[in-house]
Design a protein around this ligand. Structure first.
Ligand code: NAX
Length: 327
């Protein structure tokens, strides 16, 4: 049988953590034959550490056969020690009266410290997924703070946007969601992302031709996917958690176990693909195999798509500019 791998999760007592940890421990992320050791980070504050203790009691009470150990800590160097996977979920939410630049710099401090800790103690092959917002820029900061780890090991979560887009298309066409292939989401995990179904197929047929309605794309589909997070907050009174945890599971599972040629969306550091400046963490269509992702290259970018890609890139470059003095 396989030896256990170490999975670090930050923000482990938060809402996404609560929807995520049980699924990792049950084998949904890395396979039903892969034992895991959970290394859980929360802020040192007593209330958060107590909440984390409660979550661990429940993990214990599940008696998961694959759960080979649990570490709970307030110290990133303990949480990331020898970590094979790191899911960086914890982040500073926007408080009342907080400006965008305050939010960026509060998170820059967290992700600088966590990047340094990963650099120092994690496995040299650690696969890092940043979920905490602003996810792309936080991943960029962590990557820049970990110069001894390969840049390609740092990724941001665009999978929730990808899954939201797939679900809207399936509903529109009345076909099963898993019959969709070749869907892409470009750019930032924010309402500026560009969900692009020009190449997509559903049950083998072209999605674009089947929908055949450019106005629906512009006026319904893109705004619905872009504002989905806000719609869930408005309806539930809380931000998406179970669907976010599900997307994190999908992202890591596909990265670790491969997609068999299927496209998925990951936020990954650019090496210049599609004219995106190097190291910007950008949502791209990728395929994965043997624990490595590969950006799908050579796709035609029409004028509308170029405009949307430029728009989301501009936002990302502004975010990077807002934190550059901290790196
Ligand atoms: P919660 O506020 O419920 O939980 C966050 C937890 O992180 C808290 O328990 C907090 O104590 C902890 N935390 C804060 N700073 C920390 C640090 N420095 N080290 C360790 N733990 C720390 O938020 P939740 O709903 O779980 O959302 C977590 C993050 O995911 C937020 O930043 C949220 O904006 C982001 N999201 C990202 C999504 C994506 O698609 N990339 C979608 C869902 C979600 O909105």
């Amino acid at each position: 049988s396989k030896s256990p791998v170490r999975v670090a999760v930050t923000g482990a007592a938060g809402q996404i953590g609560y929807a995520l940890l049980f699924r990792i421990a049950s084998g949904e992320m890395l396979g039903k034959d892969q034992p895991v050791i959970l290394q859980l980070l929360e802020i040192p504050d007593e209330k958060a550490q107590n909440a984390l203790k409660g979550v661990i009691m429940e993990l214990d009470d599940c008696a998961f056969p694959l759960l080979a150990g649990i570490v709970a800590t307030g110290d990133p160097e303990v949480a990331f020690k020898d970590a094979d996977y790191a899911l960086l979920v914890g982040a500073r939410p926007r408080g009342p009266g907080m400006e965008r630049k305050d939010l960026l710099s509060a998170n820059a401090q967290i992700f600088t410290a966590q990047g340094k800790a990963l650099n120092k103690v994690a496995s040299r092959n650690v696969k890092v997924l940043v979920v905490g917002n602003p996810a792309n820029t936080n991943a960029y900061i962590a990557m820049k703070s970990a110069p001894d780890l390969p840049a390609k090991n740092f990724t941001a979560m665009l999978r929730l946007d990808h899954n939201r887009a797939a679900s809207q298309i399936a509903a529109k066409l009345g076909k099963p969601v898993d019959s969709i292939e070749k869907l892409a989401v470009w750019g930032n995990h924010s309402p500026t992302m560009y969900a692009d179904y020009r190449f997509a197929t559903i049950g083998g047929a072209s999605v674009k031709d089947s929908i055949n309605d450019e106005a629906w794309n512009k006026d319904t589909f893109l705004p619905t996917v872009g504002k989905r997070g806000a719609a869930i907050i408005a309806a539930r009174g809380l931000s998406s958690a179970a669907s976010a945890a599900n997307a994190a599971i999908d992202h890591m599972r596909d990265w670790a176990l491969g997609t068999n040629g299927k496209w998925v969306t990951m936020g990954v550091p650019s090496k210049g693909e599609y004219g995106i400046p190097k190291d910007v963490i950008f949502g791209y269509p990728v395929t994965t195999e043997n624990g490595e992702y590969k950006i799908v290259e050579g796709l035609a970018i029409d004028a509308f798509s170029q405009e949307r890609i430029d728009f989301t890139l501009k936002e990302l470059l502004e975010e990077q500019d807002g934190v550059k003095h901290l790196l």
